[in-house]
Design a binder for this molecule. Structure first.
Ligand code: OGA
Ligand code: NI
Length: 341
């Protein structure tokens, strides 16, 4: 796998290899301009994120779009720059250095792979490499993280702690907005946190390639940090692809499938993908909040307790959902349909 990493060979090719050329119906088309909600999280004294304006905006965006961007979220710009910087350094290391993390072992605690977990069996490959590892609780996973670049662990620890705080605050607002008890999404529903950093080098033919297939996020909630000015993330809304504007220092918040199900369809998950470009490398750092694999999931009982609100989904364990997600290749409609009542 190590010599397959696109970060290690893209400079040596002039044209896109055949195995990266997607069929016509999957190729990127010119997307629409972004009109996604941008929510300013600046908190005023005594306000907190629960203040009505922020709460209403978050709930409305989660209902209407399934994603939104947050600005003024309180995480220092220096830390965000260092995070993108250290990940760029990681992917720019010599192939031999990166090889240590390309074990191919699905149980490995730190994975570096190219295109997707399914590289061996897929028809076409995606133009990206991904570094993925757990990051909560930190002390359990830190020993498995890359040792190089030398400041990787220090920067990504600080980043993981700060993003977890932000995610917890956003989840608290969502539980309040849905009328659920405070801390509803704490505990098993958000026990696991993973960092998954995607590296998309310049691509010789962005019109034929994809960086990441169209998918929905199977987890509870995702936040993405994008490179400050490089386009690549697209959202599928009302039958059309929309290019998400990269806003410096903002996070893109994506409602995962579990939030749609627990909210009994009040909040919507969103289908998205990544495209490439021919000029600039793009990094997108995902932080995924994930239920524990044994976690029991169903629409929140407070949201389905009267005859006008009957449960739309049957109960399941999160690991069953992940299995269904894998066999349906992340196809949003197919996966949710499997749990519909
Ligand atoms: C993801 C994802 C988007 C991107 O990692 O699930 O949607 O632009 N990433 O890398
Ligand atoms: Ni995603």
């Amino acid at each position: 796998m190590e010599n397959k990493l696109v970060s290690s060979w893209w400079k040596n090719v002039q044209s896109l290899p055949e195995s990266y050329k997607f069929p016509l119906d999957q190729r990127p088309i010119v997307p629409l301009k972004d009109s996604s909600p941008i929510i300013d999280l600046t908190t005023h004294e005594n306000g907190g994120y629960g203040q009505p304006a922020i709460l209403e905006q978050i709930i409305k965006a989660s209902q209407d779009f399934g994603y939104f961007q947050v600005i003024n979220h309180g995480i220092s710009e220096i830390l965000l720059e260092e995070t993108i910087g250290v990940l760029k350094e990681f992917f720019n290391m010599p192939a031999e250095e990166k090889a240590k993390y390309c074990t191919g072992d699905p149980n490995s605690k730190c994975k570096l792979y190219t295109s997707s977990y399914n590289y061996q069996n897929e028809d076409k490959h995606c133009w990206r490499d991904t570094l993925a590892h757990h990051c909560h609780p930190l002390q359990d996973y830190l020993p498995f993280w890359p040792e190089k670049p030398t400041h990787y662990r220090e920067v990504i620890s600080a980043y993981s702690i700060e993003t977890r705080k932000l995610i917890t605050k956003i989840l608290d607002v969502i539980s309040e907005g849905l009328g659920l008890e405070k801390g509803y999404f704490g505990g098993e529903l958000s026990k696991v946190q993973m960092l998954s950093a995607n590296y998309y080098p310049p691509c010789p033919d962005p019109n034929l390639a994809l960086g990441m297939h169209s998918h929905c996020d199977p987890n509870l909630l995702t936040i993405l940090l994008q490179d400050s000015h490089v386009y690549g993330l697209q959202i599928f809304k009302d039958g059309k692809w929309i290019a998400v504007e990269p806003i410096p220092n903002a996070f893109v918040v994506i409602i995962g499938c579990q939030l749609q199900i627990i909210s009994n369809d009040r909040l919507k998950s969103v289908v998205h993908r990544a495209v490439t470009n021919s000029k600039e490398t793009r990094i997108c750092v995902g932080n995924f909040v994930i239920p524990s694999s044994d976690c029991h999931i169903e629409p929140a009982s407070d949201l389905v307790k009267n005859t006008t609100n009957i449960p739309a989904y049957k109960p399941y364990q999160y690991k069953e959902f992940l299995h269904t997600y894998a066999i349906n290749h992340g196809d949003f409609e197919a996966v949710l349909q499997s749990y519909k009542l």
